[in-house]
Design a protein around this ligand. Structure first.
Ligand SMILES: Nc1nc2c(ncn2[C@@H]2O[C@H](COP(=O)(O)OP(=O)(O)OP(=O)(O)O)[C@@H](O)[C@H]2O)c(=O)[nH]1
Length: 602
């Protein structure tokens, strides 16, 4: 098919505005998927995605559409993840398109992520097609939302489709708008191959499957290709498209979106954002915008049952095949035994990996609080990368410590600016700038320590702005700060897995807060347990857990044996998540205590 009849687009939206539901309806109406095969939110193929209702991995599907003008078109619909951890993937998938359908909820109007996604689309020079969804809701206000789209985003919205993705109303209007407004690809079919890799997955039989958008030239089975960032070369064994089942083809033509396999055994050779070119006739330059992705957040993962250590290694290795941004290496903790230090793009990524290990590989885990990577300069003039607070060199040997800083842009309606500034100050932020987006919205710019952001910044931001602020950040470098390791002692013994790196000006309140928090989380045991926070061997805070023999049956007067059994079962269930640290049973939540600690609780 010639390029004039191809349309490549993504659907972008604020979370829950109906992106996946619209994608489902589009698949139905183009008869890409037969009715009986239709599962809700078909594109969200991972169980976890479906359960959490979020899109984690993007997908690319080819659809055939006969427009009202009688012409046949090929659409490639690329679904994108919606969370800041995966912004890079969103950006790469947008780079594979010429247009984006922007879904806005008719009852909620424009929200934070609507704007953030619009900016990403504009960065990639996409044509944006606004669509107002959920017009079936009694609270829908399509006219108000239409005005908002014009005023806040500056997009022409007079004829924008008004739809109900849920009820399948006016979906065809969306497809017609795509035909009319999204430009056709215009690559040069005779130029040297340039194909953008926007996703990849690992298949046990075929190796890495790379998802690509052919920008210039074409790819045939048998071609020798080169990945421009890594230099790796392979012979193409299979190419094809998804509809959403895989369909093999002889070649992917200029303008098309599809997949290729080349017996690639290492997912590290295939990086999202890289450009594939021909080994025989390479392009001069790669496509713009490739960025190396490094983990931002680390934590220790330990099996609760230490016999499962090797199973955990297997699970991590398998997950890594599909997720090049996951890193891990073996580590040992005096408190937790053998485990792995793992690196993630962000907190949601960390959460998703943990949950997949527990669910798909049936390994119960203890996770330690996340940490960023510190640069520790020692008095002998060397520098160490420390991503595990317990590995900090002795204090006498430390000259100074640097921590990573990010530049954060927070877009918010004006009324929340005060609350956001207060939050950023509390998180040791340096105010940088404040820019009006329009009469009602501002972009507040702060430099913040990443170490503060990985704690509870998202949650705090969400709650102080009722979810209206959107947040994005980029690493800007390292800054020296007054940082120290804070140890936590249980029953007089340091628990290495609870150590954290803190700013000295905040150490006392933090120490006090964490002792109090642990006191609440660690169940009373048969002896009294002192909890202490210490910096450089000096105790700075203390709380005590009183002793008590916990008898869950105490409240069960007399006879009912089944009720007693139930209570004992429940207690056993609770115990599963405990780890014996020395003589103290510590629940999983305690290792994350420092995370959920509220500065207001000081
Ligand atoms: N009433 C009504 N509800 C809708 C409509 N479209 C979607 N919904 C509901 O809105 C919720 C969110 O829809 P999704 O399609 O999962 O939203 P999403 O934007 O894909 O969300 P993420 O994948 O998490 O980013 C679901 O409960 C849908 O059933 C609609 O037209 N009308």
């Amino acid at each position: 098919m010639d390029q004039k009849h191809i349309r490549n687009f993504s659907i972008i939206a604020h979370i829950d505005h109906g992106k996946s539901t619209l994608a489902d309806r589009i698949l139905e109406i183009t008869e890409t998927v037969e009715q009986r095969e239709m599962k809700e939110q078909l594109l969200d193929s991972m169980d976890l995605e479906r359960e959490r209702g979020i899109t984690i991995k993007l997908n690319a599907v080819q659809l055939k559409y006969t427009a009202l003008n009688g012409e046949n078109y090929i659409f490639h619909l690329i679904d994108t993840p919606g969370h800041v951890d995966f912004t890079y993937e969103v950006s790469r998938s947008l780079a594979a398109c010429e247009g984006a359908v922007l879904v806005v909820d008719a009852a909620q109007g424009i929200e934070a992520q609507t704007l953030a996604n619009v900016y990403l689309a504009l960065d990639n020079e996409l044509e944006i097609v606004p669509v107002i969804n959920k017009i079936d809701l009694p609270s829908a206000q399509p006219d108000v939302v239409r005005q908002e789209i014009e005023d806040v985003i500056g997009l022409e919205a007079e004829d924008c489709p008004l739809i109900s993705a849920k009820n399948g109303l006016n979906i065809r209007d969306v497809l017609e708008a795509v035909v009319e407004r999204v430009p056709a690809p215009n690559g040069d079919i005779n130029a040297p191959l340039q194909a953008l890799v926007f996703d990849s997955l690992y298949d046990a039989y075929r190796g890495v499957v790379a998802f690509v958008r052919v920008k210039e030239g074409n790819i045939r089975v048998g071609d020798k290709i080169r990945f421009m960032a890594t230099g790796a070369e392979y012979e193409v064994l299979e190419v094809g498209i998804r509809n959403p089942k895989e369909v093999k083809k002889d070649m992917l033509e200029c303008g098309e979106v599809g997949w290729l396999c080349a017996s690639i055994k290492s997912i590290r050779d295939v990086r999202v954002g890289d450009t594939i070119t021909s080994a025989a006739r390479p392009a001069q330059n790669p496509l713009v915008g490739y960025r190396e992705m490094n983990p931002m957040v680390y934590c220790g993962l330990y099996p609760i049952d230490s016999a499962k250590y090797n199973d955990l290694r297997d699970a991590l290795e398998k997950l890594q095949l599909n997720d090049a941004s996951l890193q891990f290496e073996a580590e040992t903790s005096q408190a937790l035994g053998f485990g792995f230090r793992c690196g993630f793009l962000g907190l949601l990524h960390m959460d998703v990996v943990q949950e997949r290990i527990e669910r798909e590989y049936h390994i119960d885990l203890i996770a330690t609080a996340p940490s960023v990577v510190y640069h520790v300069y020692t008095t002998d003039g060397n520098m160490q990368h420390i991503e595990n607070p317990s590995m900090m060199p002795e204090v006498q040997k430390i000259d100074h410590i640097e921590e990573p800083f990010v530049r954060a842009s927070i877009m918010t309606p004006n009324e929340y600016v005060g609350a956001i500034m207060e939050l950023c100050q509390r998180k040791r932020g340096n105010y940088k700038d404040m820019i009006y987006i329009d009469a009602n919205r501002m972009n507040v710019v702060y430099e913040l320590p990443l170490g503060e952001i990985v704690f509870d910044f998202f949650d705090k931001l969400k709650s102080c702005t009722k979810g209206y602020a959107s947040f994005d950040y980029e690493l800007i470098g390292y800054q020296t700060n007054k940082l120290s390791k804070m140890d936590i002692l249980l029953n007089g013994e340091i628990v290495d897995a609870l150590s954290a790196i803190v700013h000295r000006d905040f150490a006392y309140p933090r120490g006090r807060a964490i002792c109090e928090k642990l006191k609440k989380l660690i169940p009373k045991q048969q002896f009294e347990i002192p909890i202490q926070a210490a910096i450089n061997g000096k105790i700075i805070a203390r709380a005590d857990i009183k002793s008590l023999r916990k008898n869950v049956l105490a409240k069960c007067y007399g006879g009912d044996i089944s009720r007693k059994k139930k209570l004992l079962e429940k207690q056993k269930e609770g115990k599963k998540r405990m780890k014996a640290v020395g003589s103290v049973e510590v629940p999983q939540e305690a290792f994350m205590a420092v995370l959920s600690m509220d500065d207001d609780e000081k």
